[in-house]
Design a protein around this ligand. Structure first.
Ligand code: EPU
Length: 416
């Protein structure tokens, strides 16, 4: 199994290109199911999760082929309405096929994703919403079996803000009869990106990016050609890397509007950041100040940036409180960071992080993508050689992470 070795202590300098967003690409690739014909997506990142969703689409009968960062999905002959356990267990986002399959095939059999390292992650709100659209849903032998001769628009309220729940319901509602209103909807840029793709296909969607999304059903959709938006979590991760190493890094092909919460917190920590339309320049300060953070749905501070920001606070001057409000078990990185000399106490859903003068290298591993990224960041500033194991988590969500850091001057390599 691959490992990443990082030698700490180098200041990052130069330019890094931000890849397309994993969490935008996944629902958008799935939305191809709604538009029979050939769909083309550019700026798709090369990631394990993208491979998983392509396999799932092919398993359903679609053709999905990549040429560089362009992916063609041809949905001319969907033959199956079953998303099997072996594919879904690799990636929870597979649940996104449920809404579109119901809309197009009137039937869907999808393995229940189950929990994951960061929390129980139920899908009750996806199922409740689909039932309100008229689907008949049963859970049987670990599978969701859903059927609907016809989906009919409904007024749906999400008890909790859910990103993939909003996306699933939006994809089911675009072909439903009548009007669907999604209340307390997720406002993430990835939800807006999906709504834009669906609208380009011919759907009638208003309000994406606000808490109330209104969808007037149409009878059919046509294939599209679109570009995937930049990855805001990769953007935030590189901003923190630059800040941590007191570096001087320009991020290109990114969207500063999507990372406003992270920019705000980094500026409070003393980091100098300037933005232009598609670029962000990060100039690390010699001193890092402690800042409190609470994760919230967008436009709040993202849970997917919590682990990375914690590393910055581990070497800040002072004590910070980092509260995780989205997932119940998203402090997996804490015990590994402690092994690297961090001073962190957990109290309920808050981590109290007391800055230390330096971290020290250690062999580490994590069972979650963002936690793994945080360990690479810690390695960049730790004294000595850090060995990050279980790299497959990183490969699910960061495109060639070691190459990008290496181009910025980090001493980092992958060992096969
Ligand atoms: N929730 C429910 N019931 C539901 C759905 C969600 O109780 O039916 C709860 C969850 O347990 C959680 C909260 O609602 O406490 C928010 O979860 P959400 O549904 O928004 O998460 P998700 O859609 O499964 C997406 C991203 C995650 C990201 C979260 C939060 C994708 C493919 N995944 O997950 O990304 O952390 O939103 O922003 O878009 C990652 O990329 O590393 C990652 C985990």
């Amino acid at each position: 199994m691959d490992k990443i070795i990082v030698e700490g202590g180098r200041s990052l300098k130069g330019q890094v290109r931000i890849s397309g967003a994993k969490n935008a690409a996944l629902p958008i690739l799935v939305s191809s199911l709604l538009a029979e014909g050939s769909n083309t997506y550019s700026n798709v990142p090369h990631l394990q999760d993208i491979e998983s969703i392509k396999s799932l689409l092919c398993n359903l009968g679609a053709r999905a082929e990549a040429h560089g960062d362009t992916v063609h999905v041809d949905t001319g002959r969907i033959l199956s309405c079953e998303a099997p356990y072996d594919l879904v267990r690799k990636m929870r986002a597979s649940i996104l096929v449920l809404g579109p399959m119901l809309a197009c095939l009137q039937k869907a059999v999808v393995s229940l994703p189950g929990g994951c390292a960061i929390g129980a992650r139920p899908i009750n709100l996806h199922l409740k919403g689909l039932a309100q659209l008229g689907a008949d849903i049963h859970l049987e032998h670990g599978y969701v079996r859903a059927e609907a001769k016809k989906l009919t628009g409904a007024d749906i309220y999400f008890d909790t803000v859910t990103v993939t729940g909003t996306e699933n319901l939006m994809m089911a509602a675009v072909l439903a009869e009548g009007t669907t209103v999604l209340r307390n909807a997720a406002r993430e840029p990835e939800v807006i990106a999906l709504a834009e793709v669906l609208s380009k296909m011919g759907a009638d969607i208003q309000g994406a990016g606000t808490a109330v999304i209104t969808i007037n059903g149409v009878t059919s959709l046509k294939p599209v050609s679109v570009r995937i938006i930049p990855d805001r979590i990769e953007t935030g991760t590189f901003m923190i890397a630059a800040a941590l190493t007191h570096g001087d890094v320009t991020l290109v092909d990114c969207n500063p509007e999507h990372v406003r919460a992270s920019i705000h917190k980094l500026r409070r920590a003393g980091v100098k950041i300037t933005t232009a339309e598609n670029t962000i320049h990060v100039h690390g300060n010699d001193e890092i100040f402690s800042v409190d953070v609470e994760t919230q749905p967008y436009p709040g501070f993202p849970t997917d940036m919590q682990a990375q920001f914690m590393v910055l606070m581990c070497v800040a001057n002072g004590t910070s409180m980092i509260s995780e409000t989205i997932f119940e078990n998203r402090f997996i990185h804490v015990s590994e960071l402690e092994r690297m000399g961090a001073d962190i106490k957990i109290s309920g859903h808050t981590a109290i992080v007391k800055g230390v003068p330096a971290l020290s290298a250690a062999p580490v591993m994590a069972t979650d993508l963002r936690a793994s990224a945080s360990l690479i960041l810690a390695g960049l500033v730790a004294e000595g050689q850090t060995q990050v194991n279980r790299v497959y988590h990183l490969d699910r969500g960061y495109e060639t992470i070691e190459k990008k850091f290496s181009q910025l001057g980090a001493a980092i390599k992958r060992i096969k």
